[in-house]
Design a protein around this ligand. Structure first.
Ligand SMILES: [Zn+2]
Length: 190
């Protein structure tokens, strides 16, 4: 009994201390500027400021998430329409959650490694738009992959492309970007 009483007294004591601290925290300090100052770009005929802004874009890959998981693991995963009556029985990359032809939910089919394709067309990117995270100039390549209904776009890591050139898919499994940039093509001899 004695111990219990002592215990309860101690608790009360702590509560009192906490309450005092709270009162202290409520004291308001002088308002401070916590932002970043801006640069003045020009002052005539009017003031123009340079004000860097950044946002965090939160985006779900939803039902096509397995595609990005595959890239992280060095695997190219395509989608396939399981509807036997559908006219499109080829694979899709980039993947589709639902069949564009009959709207049936797609199933996943990993492509056997190595993934070998042929350059269908290409273009040299010299001036990339804002947000492109590849150094310029780079070769953007459209690659035909056997069995696919699509001709996906990606980039050639090195070498000079030509139409019909054989290329092999490689994956950014170390330090992945978790975007479609996690696969790219390299020249393939064979
Ligand atoms: Zn279909």
């Amino acid at each position: 009994m004695v111990k219990k009483k002592t215990g309860s007294k101690k608790k009360e004591g702590k509560k009192k201390i906490q309450a005092k601290k709270k009162v202290k925290a409520k004291k308001r300090e002088e308002t401070k500027f916590i932002g970043r100052t801006t640069k003045i770009r020009q002052s005539k005929p009017a003031t123009v400021i340079e004000w860097p802004r950044s946002i965090t874009h939160i985006h779900t890959y939803g039902m096509v998430s397995p595609f990005f998981e595959g890239l992280r693991k060095g695997e190219m995963r395509a989608t396939l329409c399981p509807n036997r009556e559908c006219r499109e029985n080829r694979l899709w990359i980039p993947p589709r959650a639902h069949c564009p032809d009959c709207h049936t939910e797609m199933i996943w089919k990993p492509l056997p490694n190595p993934v070998i394709g042929k350059i269908y067309t290409f273009t040299e990117v010299v001036y990339a738009g804002t947000g492109i995270e590849l150094s310029t100039p780079y070769w953007q390549v459209d690659v035909e992959i056997p069995g696919l209904a699509t001709i996906p776009k990606s980039y050639l890591l090195y070498g000079k492309p030509y139409i019909g050139m054989k290329v092999k898919a490689e994956f950014r499994t170390k330090n992945p970007t978790n975007t479609v940039l996690d696969y790219y093509w390299v020249p393939y001899e064979g």
